[in-house]
Design a protein around this ligand. Structure first.
Ligand SMILES: [Zn+2]
Length: 287
């Protein structure tokens, strides 16, 4: 079924599902980050935050995701600024607070978060870190690109030093001794986010297992998955697993909010509603 634009009757149904729910799984992809104000395609934001990058022909953050034709001085000058901006600097955001409010009627223990986002916005907006599963990693950590061990380590202190030593006119790091490297093998490193087979996820598995146990506890109860902005870039991470959960748990419902891809599978249409449009508006209307 195609997703719906704003339809009052469907909002009422969705609110009733939320009100009767005993468990809520919050689920989000890049569209939630955009709803919170960081749109990776936003050229005005890019120009404001990284003005020096325009001279190299870049105009939006998404263009640098997966880009690998760097010189190390520009790579780290940019990535330190980018991670600092989206992972540390961005303030608490109303859309996350309102998201949290949807579960105000149930125990915190009966909520869980599964997100493909690597910006820790759920944790920074008051969701319990012990019940957040982030299978795509976390910008706040570095890992060896080989990788020679399963180690990941925080790099915020290094980010601050790199930013202080970056030329704002070129975005290039001026002090090569600050280029991050693996403390074990001395090789290259990168933020711990899933991009290829070198991704280290061992440290994420405890919360992944926590989610499995939580779903086991919740499977015979009334529950809702509320999914925001998980489209078809990496559907196997959030979108398809959510559909699978709903298929296997007959007392659960799916609320899918998506700017363009709000459709839900036909066989789930009695237990799933897709809302197409601005996530912040729709979440506000579900209060
Ligand atoms: Zn290494």
């Amino acid at each position: 079924m195609n997703g719906h634009d704003f339809v009052p009757q469907l909002i009422s149904t969705a609110k009733a599902w939320l009100e009767e729910s005993e468990f809520i799984l919050f689920s989000a992809g890049a569209g939630m980050t955009a709803a919170a104000g960081i749109n990776y395609a936003d050229t005005a934001l890019f120009k404001r935050e990284y003005p020096a990058m325009l001279q190299y022909g870049f105009n939006a953050q998404y263009e640098l995701i997966g880009f690998d034709n760097w010189t190390p001085d520009l790579q780290w000058g940019y990535w330190a600024a980018h991670v600092n901006f989206v992972r540390f600097k961005w303030p608490q955001t109303e859309v996350y607070q309102q998201f949290h409010q949807l579960a105000a009627h149930i125990d915190n223990e009966n909520t869980f978060v599964m997100t493909s986002n690597v910006d820790a916005m759920f944790e920074r907006n008051g969701f319990d870190a012990n019940r957040i599963y982030t299978p795509q990693g976390d910008y706040a950590l570095l890992q060896c690109t080989t990788p020679c061990t399963d180690d990941v380590w925080p790099w915020k202190a290094q980010i601050d030093k790199i930013i202080a030593a970056t030329d704002p006119k070129t975005q290039r790091l001026l002090d090569n001794s600050l280029i991050p490297c693996c403390p074990n093998c001395g090789g290259t490193v990168f933020p711990n986010v899933r991009s290829d087979a070198s991704f280290i996820d061992a440290h994420l598995l405890p919360n992944g297992r926590g989610l499995e146990k939580w779903l086991n506890r919740a499977k015979d109860k009334k529950g809702v998955i509320i999914e925001v902005g998980a489209g078809f870039n990496t559907p196997s991470v959030i979108r398809w697993p959510n559909e699978h959960i709903i298929c296997s748990m007959p007392d659960w419902k799916l609320l899918r909010i998506n700017f363009t891809h709000a459709d839900v599978p036909d066989n789930l249409s009695k237990r799933a509603i897709g809302f197409k449009g601005n996530a912040a508006n729709i979440i506000q209307n579900l209060q």
